[in-house]
Design a protein around this ligand. Structure first.
Ligand code: MN
Ligand code: MN
Length: 299
């Protein structure tokens, strides 16, 4: 048992106080949300996710049998952003991310994934494979005229050669979308597993498809919390009904152990619209799932 009650551990992710040079994976908050097109508020995501993560400190992960807080992971606090300035914020985020070999980012709106992918793809020297959970394709060329914001992240990531669309899988897709945007995405070679596809098959089959598409390429996990149904994650900017249940995502994630993940972000948690912290807890738990899977000792 932990020595202090869960609610009293330090307000870092999982209460972790380890120094960065003792950790292989660094967690950072990115309090940026001026790339939202509907409800704002994801700037308050990082502290909400950290607070909810304290539910998870009292024992081992019951599938991987490790305590993620005991693994070489640290919380480095929040990145600097340029208040009210998308372009300069993205540049600042990229610069800060470049210093970390394996980063887990707590957003923030989905715009932050573009500079994170820029930093990671440049470090990798080649386009990354991408596992993308979302209700939205996020491949619009612009956002009501704004070129860089949360709906155009993966349009730019594909156009800039940061991700390989043929090794990109989107899971949970179901929002209204212009057919030409959807067709452009599929035409580039992106594999789209809609929310309905997930509901009509098994987590095992979804994970198998993801593993086939990604193969052994270095992969990045971008997790928009709105892939979950609003019943499981109401605290977000652009909720869409018909989404995934938290258990479905857990059951898929736990079967992706063959993949080589090099980084993760969790985005679009907007605590002002949350109820009883369920969205923040879902987000914290997905990060905990990721850490247990990728950072656990392997034979
Ligand atoms: Mn979304
Ligand atoms: Mn998104």
């Amino acid at each position: 048992m932990a020595t202090v009650p869960t609610f009293a551990v330090p307000p870092t992710f999982l209460g972790i106080l380890r120094a960065p040079d003792e950790a292989a994976i660094h967690i950072a908050g990115i309090p940026f949300d001026i790339g939202t097109t509907n409800r704002s508020g994801a700037r308050f995501g990082p502290p909400a996710i950290r607070a909810a993560s304290r539910m998870l400190v009292d024992g081992d992960h019951p599938h991987w049998w490790v305590d993620p807080a005991a693994l070489p992971v640290c919380d480095i606090g929040d990145f600097d952003i340029a208040l009210g300035d998308i372009a300069n914020s993205l540049a600042l985020i990229q610069g800060q991310a470049a210093a970390h070999a394996h980063l887990v980012a707590l957003g923030g709106d989905h715009s932050i994934s573009l500079p994170l992918l820029r930093a990671r793809a440049i470090g990798n020297g080649a386009p990354l494979a991408l596992v993308h959970f979302d209700a939205h394709v996020d491949t619009w060329p612009d956002n009501f005229g704004q070129v860089y914001a949360h709906g155009s992240v993966f349009y730019h990531a594909i156009e800039e050669g940061l991700i390989d669309p043929k090794r990109t899988v989107q899971i949970g897709i179901r929002s209204p979308v212009q057919k030409d945007v959807y067709d452009w995405t599929r035409g580039k070679g992106v594999t789209v597993i809609t929310a309905q596809d997930v509901h009509e098959t098994t987590p095992h089959a979804v994970a198998q498809r993801v593993t086939e598409v990604i193969g052994n390429a270095p992969a990045y996990l971008s997790f928009d919390i709105d892939c979950l149904d609003p019943a499981f994650a109401p605290g977000t900017g652009t909720p869409e009904i018909g989404g995934l249940a938290s258990w479905q995502v857990q059951a898929i994630l736990r079967r992706l152990e063959a993949l080589t993940f090099t980084g993760m972000d969790i985005v679009e948690v907007a605590p002002a619209y949350d109820s009883a912290e369920i969205t923040a807890l879902a987000a914290a738990t997905m990060v905990w799932e990721y850490l247990a899977m990728v950072a656990r000792p392997r034979a």
